[in-house]
Design a protein around this ligand. Structure first.
Ligand code: FPP
Length: 236
């Protein structure tokens, strides 16, 4: 049974997704890896429609990790072009659907055209309310925690101690709901430096489906599985 609509209670407020398997998807079809990424970008729109329908409030997508710089320059360049193309072709639709774009990660090493596109998308959608689409680009969980501590330190008083609440204010995800569900596609069982702080009590869902094949029904399946989990947050 896969669930259909938001009335079927306990919808995860915030879903994180490690979009893995684009390369393998392309290889299976004798296509270049770039085609896998292209098809991988195409599934985002129907998934966001489904997330809105279910009543999810935020989706964080791991689009490029700080470790992904180790890939061939041509692949990295292709990913920036794809991201730019995504915003060029979808920003109006994103606005129409009242989706708020956020970015988690460092913009520093990005090509200026990609950087500007992300800044524009964030700026022009910042008042949107239906759902947040948080693009994690040039993102690393450890790097995020270090940055949050340093940002807090910069304004801390002598002798002041850091708390969870104070640190959370400096995370990229500040203001977003708790991360309830993490999905990783392609049969890999790793966290890969994604949302390390936010994952403390998150339910984990792994599927063999390769990212370009991950559709709305797969998201509904993941949410249905989430609803079966008994969450105790360390209690009994
Ligand atoms: C992992 O698959 C995927 C990535 C590193 C990139 C994810 C990017 C996209 C889905 C498209 C991004 C575009 C937008 C608009 C966000 P992999 O290449 O590691 O696959 P493999 O493990 O099968 O080789």
């Amino acid at each position: 049974m896969i669930l259909q609509k938001k009335e079927e209670n306990r919808i995860p407020a915030h879903v994180g997704i490690i979009m893995d398997g684009n390369g393998r998807w392309a290889k299976q079809r004798n296509l270049p890896r770039s085609e896998g990424h292209k098809y991988g970008a195409d599934v985002i729109e129907p998934l966001m429609d489904c997330a809105i329908e279910l009543g999810v409030k935020a989706v964080s997508l791991y689009a490029f990790s700080v470790e992904n710089w180790a890939r061939p320059v041509s692949e990295v360049k292709g990913l920036w072009q794809l991201l730019e193309y995504f915003f060029k072709t979808k920003l109006d639709l994103i606005k129409d659907k009242d989706i708020q774009i956020r970015h988690s990660g460092s913009l520093k090493r990005l090509p200026s055209s990609t950087k500007n596109m992300i800044i524009k998308a964030v700026e022009e959608t910042k008042k949107n309310k239906t759902i947040v689409l948080n693009f994690c680009v040039n993102y690393g969980g450890r790097q995020e925690i270090i940055k949050a501590v340093n940002d807090w330190l910069a304004s801390a008083k002598p002798g002041e101690v850091i708390t969870e609440k104070k640190l959370e204010k400096h995370l990229y995800t500040a203001g977003l709901p708790e991360l309830d569900l993490l999905i990783r596609t392609s049969g890999e069982y790793r966290i890969s430096n994604f949302l390390l702080w936010q994952l403390a009590y998150t339910e984990l869902y792994f599927t063999d489906v390769l990212w370009p094949d991950f559709g709305p029904d797969d998201l509904r399946r993941a949410v249905a599985e989430f609803q079966k989990r008994e969450r105790r947050f360390g209690g009994l």
